[in-house]
Design a protein around this ligand. Structure first.
Ligand code: KG4
Ligand code: ZN
Length: 383
């Protein structure tokens, strides 16, 4: 399934002047990457090229399977990746109408992520590469989320602010280049995605095919056609006034509210609580984003774009609220723009891994086949 075909040539505008990649007899031809991702609960394979084409994109989700465990079960996730990865690679090649002969390099998620899960895409990528004598690049998963919109929105320029909100991370970064990221805010406890997942589980919202966070967003859209009976008291906000996140207090606030009622909530109260949680979770992002914009202004950093990416960024309520929060902030009289990848490229996928590997492949900066995975990996180390 080709997701989208993006006009050729724009990549060079994004990553600078062309550098020799594969020299054919006539000229330089575009570089084609097979990318693999399995850092959490999605098994992904995709083919992307340096002409900015998403040639194929396969995502095998495990949500419905993990629902019975109330979260990602590590061993079952590894086993599912082992079952799905060969088929995902075969389908990515089939959908692209390609064989391994047409692939120039193989990219995979090196970290951060769940150790056992990472080893599936890492071993698959390295073994395929060794058998076919292709170069490999191991990619930082959060760097890939941050750079995804550079493929889909061509006129983004550095430096930009990026808010990366996923199951494992809540990061607010200043990106100065493809590999230079400065952490302005992170969470010492829980990620926003984890809080969404736990609250979704506490409220017993069925995940269906959506997964816990998206199911909670969907649930909040319900209208019971009646006044909500009870006003939910304000839920704790994380580290107010500080450039730092915290989501454990918010999730515990919801837990306490349910516990004092012995878990017995009628539907309208449950809906009011879900909405109060979602509003408070997003409210914390709004506050920190504005603090970061002020920090940039005070430090003479002019920002034109804010990139919001990662699974939680597919939440439409959140995107609208963040756009509204930043609408009046200006640098030199120019407004800042909020950019997110299309919904299906916000959540985990291998397109972003292939795309983030591209500047290294084009610079012939490959990894050794022996490199190890990095389950914990600070994005600032990339520089
Ligand atoms: O980036 P991602 O797909 O995987 C990780 O790298 O962790 O993010 C997954 C997280 C999960 O916590 C999931 O429940 C959450 O993103 N998520 C959402 C939505 N869609 C996915 N959270 C809130 N609203 C959504 N629409
Ligand atoms: Zn992710």
């Amino acid at each position: 399934m080709a997701l989208s075909i993006i006009p050729a040539g724009i990549l060079r505008r994004v990553i600078g002047p062309p550098r020799p990649c594969l020299l054919t007899r006539q000229n330089v031809r575009c570089f084609t990457v097979l990318a693999l991702e399995s850092s959490a609960d999605d098994t992904c394979a995709a083919i992307v090229n340096s002409d900015r084409e998403i040639v194929s994109n396969v995502v095998v989700k495990q949500h419905s399977f993990h629902e019975q465990f109330g979260g990602i079960h590590p061993m079952h996730a590894i086993w599912a990746h082992q079952r799905h990865m060969p088929g995902a690679v075969r389908k990515a090649l089939h959908d692209a109408g390609m064989t391994m002969n047409s692939i120039d390099g193989i990219a995979y998620t090196r970290g951060p992520g769940m150790a056992g899960c990472l080893s599936v895409c890492s071993n698959a990528a390295k073994t395929l590469a060794a058998a076919t004598s292709k170069p490999i690049v191991g990619v930082h998963h959060m760097q890939a989320h941050a750079l995804m919109p550079l493929l889909t929105t061509p006129d983004i320029s550095f430096p930009f602010l990026t808010l990366l909100i996923s199951g494992g991370h809540t990061l607010l970064l200043l990106a100065r280049s493809w590999r230079s990221f400065q952490t302005l805010a992170t969470t010492p406890d829980e990620s926003i995605g984890n809080a969404f997942d736990k609250v979704s589980k506490m409220l017993k919202i069925p995940w269906g095919k959506l997964g816990p966070g998206a199911a909670l967003e969907q649930y909040c859209l319900n209208d019971y056609d009646q006044q909500l009976p009870e006003i939910i008291p304000p839920l704790p906000s994380g580290q107010p006034g500080k450039l730092a996140f915290s989501y454990s207090g918010l999730h515990s606030g919801v837990e306490r509210y349910i516990a004092v009622r012995n878990g017995d909530l009628d539907d309208p109260t449950k809906l009011a609580l879900a909405r109060a949680f979602q509003t408070a979770a997003v409210g914390q992002l709004e506050e920190k984003l504005l603090l970061a914009l002020h920090w940039c202004r005070q430090n003479g950093v002019v920002i034109r774009d804010i990139i919001v990416s990662g699974g939680v960024a597919s939440n439409k309520f959140l995107r609208r609220r963040l756009e509204f929060a930043c609408r009046d902030f200006k640098f030199d009289d120019a407004a800042v723009r909020l950019v997110s990848p299309p919904q299906e490229l916000c959540t985990d996928n291998a397109v972003m891994i292939g795309w983030a590997s591209m500047d290294r492949f084009l610079a012939q900066d490959y990894d050794e086949y022996e490199i190890e995975t990095r389950p914990k990996w600070d994005i600032q180390e990339l520089q």
